[in-house]
Design a protein around this ligand. Structure first.
Ligand code: PHE
Length: 443
């Protein structure tokens, strides 16, 4: 790629990648999937998949970005030759597909943040039941989608250092601070235990329950955000010498910690506010409807206002730092493939994504369908990426890592894990996810 831009520092890359990983997946996705049951078994499976599947795959993805220096569209071709070119297209389709509804969800969060700031969240049950439908349809939803997309575009248009690195450098620490503050506050409230008990309650039969396994796979892939080219696009700007495995461990640890701590905020909040019956069968709106309502209703006064503003502010920051990494996939591909300038590539991409996302903005049911298809495709492209790196370009993988100072033995064992553990595990996960998705559509 003709672009010689580099990250300002190793920390800049880690924070940007953690910004990509930590997002609505950790807040909305975790609450939504964990509330479908599974308890501690879901949490355990999720952590296990993150460690043995997503971590090695993330390292592989970073290596492909740095060693080829090409955008996600072209990198698989440069690395492995013509027969891997379709993987580049898959990266593009999945990132554009996910971003198309991701900005719609971001719009819900932004609208709720504004309601929280102005203190006009729904007060009674009747208003609460109308709240989510009102923000997730019609012009309110479209406005949220377009504004969120424009903000995302503005950051990406400013470039790697001046846009992405600058935003994530203050955004991520602020997010951690707010999250830890909220977790401490919830732990001191009465009834918080009930929330923890729901989240971590143990039932070993759930370990083999296909729904729990499928949810854990989807959650792990979506949350780490590997296998789609987003982190690949960031890795193009990495120094040759930076220690990829350590950076990947830092990203995955931050991401998982935020997922778990966020769970330790949302589930106790639901219990504290007595919203258990409203959460129901883990609906998409859990995060956007029950919590704001509960906070507005509560007798917490100023603390309730502060908690709701912090919480939805945090959701919005987490979302935008992920959305920019998804947008970087088509943008860097247009720059790399057609030679467009960054701003032109950004505005073209967001116009296209706005159009594709309109049906999701107007209909939550459609959004949920696109989400489940994209999740299955994300795992599929992760699988192909593991095959590419593990079997087609093992030498590039080992060379890239050892040149940057990773001991040979560690690089070799990473390759072994990628070949013999990660790849078969993704294959199993993919079958379960596809089966579950089809079953959920039929019932
Ligand atoms: N990981 C992000 C989240 O949890 C979403 C994402 C998916 C980002 C794929 C980049 C790539 O919200």
């Amino acid at each position: 790629m003709g672009n010689k831009e580099r990250w300002g520092s190793g920390l800049g890359f880690i924070l940007a990648s953690a910004g990509s990983a930590v997002g609505l997946g950790n807040l909305w996705g975790f609450a939504y999937r964990a509330s479908q049951g599974g308890g501690g078994a879901f949490v355990l499976l999720y952590i296990f998949i993150v460690l043995v599947v997503c971590l090695p795959l993330l390292i592989a993805e970073m290596v492909v970005g740095r060693s080829t220096g090409n955008s996600p569209l072209i990198a698989p071709f440069t690395a492995g030759g013509k027969k891997w070119a379709p993987l580049g297209w898959l990266f593009l389709v999945v990132s554009v597909g996910i971003l198309s509804y991701y900005v719609v969800l971001m719009g819900y969060a932004g609208t709720t943040l504004l309601h929280a700031i102005f203190g006009d969240l729904p007060l009674d049950k009747a208003a609460a039941s109308k709240y989510f439908p009102s923000i997730s349809s019609g012009s309110v939803s479209l406005r949220g989608q377009l504004l969120s997309l424009a903000l995302t575009g503005g950051v990406v248009a400013a470039g790697i250092r001046a846009g992405i690195e600058r935003l994530t450098k203050w955004g991520m620490p602020l997010l951690f601070l707010m999250l830890i503050g909220l977790a401490i506050w919830t732990s001191t409230q009465p009834n918080a235990q009930e929330g923890y008990a729901f989240l971590f309650g143990w039932d070993s039969s759930k370990l083999t329950d296909p729904k729990t396994i499928s949810n854990a796979f989807k959650q792990a892939f979506f949350s780490v955000g590997t296998g789609i080219g987003a982190i690949l696009a960031y890795s193009i700007y990495l120094e040759r010498k930076s220690p990829i495995p350590g950076e990947a461990v830092a990203v995955v640890t931050l991401d998982t910690a935020v997922g778990l701590i966020a769970g330790c905020v949302t589930f106790p909040l639901v219990a504290i506010l007595g919203l258990g019956d409203l959460v129901g069968e883990g609906s998409v709106g859990t995060l956007f409807s029950t919590l704001p309502h509960g906070l507005a209703m509560s007798s917490l006064g100023l603390a309730g206002w502060l908690v709701s503003v912090c919480f939805f502010g945090l959701v919005y920051i987490a979302a935008i730092t992920s959305a920019i990494s998804l947008l970087e996939v088509p943008v860097s591909s247009l720059i790399d493939q057609i030679g467009w300038k960054r701003p032109k590539a950004v505005w073209f991409s967001i116009a296209l994504i706005a159009l594709i996302g309109m049906p999701s903005a107007l209909d939550v049911g459609f959004l949920v369908k696109v989400d489940s298809i994209m999740n299955a495709l994300l795992i599929t492209s992760g699988m192909i990426l593991a095959l590419l790196v593990g079997w087609s370009i093992p030498k590039i993988f080992i060379n890239d890592l050892t040149t940057a100072g990773t001991p040979k033995a560690r690089a070799t064992s990473l390759l072994w894990t990628l070949r013999w553990i990660t790849t078969p595990a993704i294959a199993i996960g993919l079958v379960v996810v596809i089966e579950e998705t089809i079953r959920s559509w039929l019932t």
